[in-house]
Design a protein around this ligand. Structure first.
Ligand code: GUN
Ligand code: ZN
Length: 441
């Protein structure tokens, strides 16, 4: 049995905060602690009370005065685009063709995929992200690299092979049958193994024929506990092209709905230009719209209308979308989310931002029993945040008097430098990057 006590200023959410005064939605302990045993939270709360539950001589990691929160969760990004971040000057379709479809071809090579997978996970950990939902490339090798690297670190990760059979270079396309067979084999090998979850991943309507989306629908029916992920209504040219390829569909959302892909396990990246009908279809099916603010600004795509989702009772989550997204940091992502919503007259309170990065995103994945909060029995995935990590933050913090102000400073000014430590299933990870060589061996 391995046991340890993690001490600091504890913040964890019980529910979505309805406003800045909704103190029932979160739990804050000025002198708090989490007791961890064999990778799980035994209990969290007031330090003195938690200390009494621990065995004699329990090792203590004292992180005071830093904040202790559940590990952050990223619900959409692309592992093969780790070296495509900051590719200049194009909107979605040109950016995919010019940069992404060139970069992703390298992942046929397992050694390259292994190399990037290690760096990708190093970057997530450095930014306090303990669970992420990633697209791999079309090559099964990339999925093997991704889940093998995550398993070696004990991380709860979601991912899958991109299915794409048209409108991309030959080296990046499968066929409806091959996409089905390879996905099926990968699900059988990885889904539910340790902490791995598989996401059936048709890239988007433009790169899948109707036959391929039909095969994806068969996979969804055969594996209802797998996730499904794709992209929806990110860019006006994309929407025009996608709907021209599926003339029978009522709209872009109907392309996916018509192939049986819309369920409450479905994550739809972007969802910027939807009609009322489409938002109500998402609400009815429980599918999740994924808000990717740094990506939407970087590619000049548009502004996600969160209030419209909430008015319709549709679910939404938040994500980096690296490599169109410009940062692995969920703190920097929430900084941009705040600005995107502000531009539309919408508010994102600091408590709501921290809820979204933790319990909110866990709920979007249906994983709230395991991750996203520090309740007894949860996985001990934990991030320790330093609100004074940079001189400018330290100087600003001198005038902060409330927890809400501190959280807003962290979200607005913070990045990987604010991440003092990260625990994955109770194991301290920061400063212990994977054994990534400097270049592909
Ligand atoms: N739509 C289809 N593929 C992609 C991708 O890789 N990134 C983004 N941002 N949008 C997409
Ligand atoms: Zn994406």
């Amino acid at each position: 049995m391995s046991e340890c006590l993690i001490r600091g200023r504890l913040l964890t959410f019980l529910d979505e905060p309805k406003g800045i005064d909704d103190t029932a939605a979160w739990r804050y302990e000025e002198d708090g602690a989490v007791l961890v045993r064999d990778g799980k939270v035994v209990e969290s709360g007031d330090h003195a009370a938690i200390r009494r539950l621990a065995g004699p001589g329990v090792p203590v990691a004292d992180h005071r005065p830093h904040l202790i929160l559940p590990g952050l969760i990223d619900t959409h990004l692309h592992f093969p685009q780790t070296q495509a971040i900051a590719s200049y000057g194009a909107q979605l379709l040109e950016w995919l063709n010019t940069y992404v479809f060139v970069e992703e071809q390298k992942f046929r090579n397992r050694a390259h995929a292994d190399f990037v997978a290690e760096r990708f996970l190093d970057e997530l950990i450095a930014n306090g992200t303990t669970t992420a939902v990633a697209y791999c490339s079309v090559h099964p090798e990339s999925v093997e690299a991704y889940f093998s690297a995550a398993e070696a670190r004990g991380m709860r990760m979601v991912g899958g092979k991109v299915m794409m059979d048209r409108n991309a270079p030959d080296a990046l396309t499968d066929t409806p049958q091959r996409g089905y067979d390879e996905t099926k084999r990968l699900i059988e090998k990885w889904h539910g193994r340790g902490r791995a979850h598989y996401a059936i991943s048709p890239r988007f309507a433009i790169t899948s024929t109707p036959e391929q989306l039909e095969m994806a629908g068969v996979l969804v029916a055969e594996h209802p506990d797998c996730y499904v992920q794709t992209h929806l209504s990110e860019n006006r040219d994309e929407i025009a092209f996608a709907t021209s390829l599926y003339p029978q569909a009522k709209d872009y959302t109907d392309i996916y709905a018509g192939h049986g892909l819309l369920t409450d396990r479905m994550l739809l990246g972007h969802c910027i230009y939807l009609s009322d009908r489409e938002v109500s279809v998402l609400a009815e099916t429980g599918a999740v719209g994924v808000f990717c603010p740094t990506s939407n600004l970087f590619l000049g795509s548009g502004l996600f209308d969160r209030d419209r989702f909430e008015r319709a009772g549709a679910r939404w989550s938040v994500a980096t979308d690296v490599g169109a997204g410009t940062s692995f940091s969920m703190l920097e992502t929430m900084d941009e989310a705040y600005k995107v919503l502000h531009l539309q007259g919408q508010r994102l309170t600091p408590f709501n931002a921290f809820y979204r990065m933790t319990l909110g995103n866990a709920r979007a994945l249906g994983l709230e029993r395991h991750i996203g909060s520090l309740h007894a029995g949860a996985d001990a995935d934990i991030v320790v945040l330093d609100s004074r990590a940079k001189p400018a933050m330290d100087f600003r913090m001198r005038t902060a008097t409330t927890l809400a102000e501190e959280l807003f400073i962290l979200q607005t000014m913070g990045d990987d430098r604010s991440v003092a430590e990260v625990y994955v299933a109770g194991r301290a990870m920061k400063g212990k990057p994977g054994k990534t060589p400097a270049r592909v061996p």
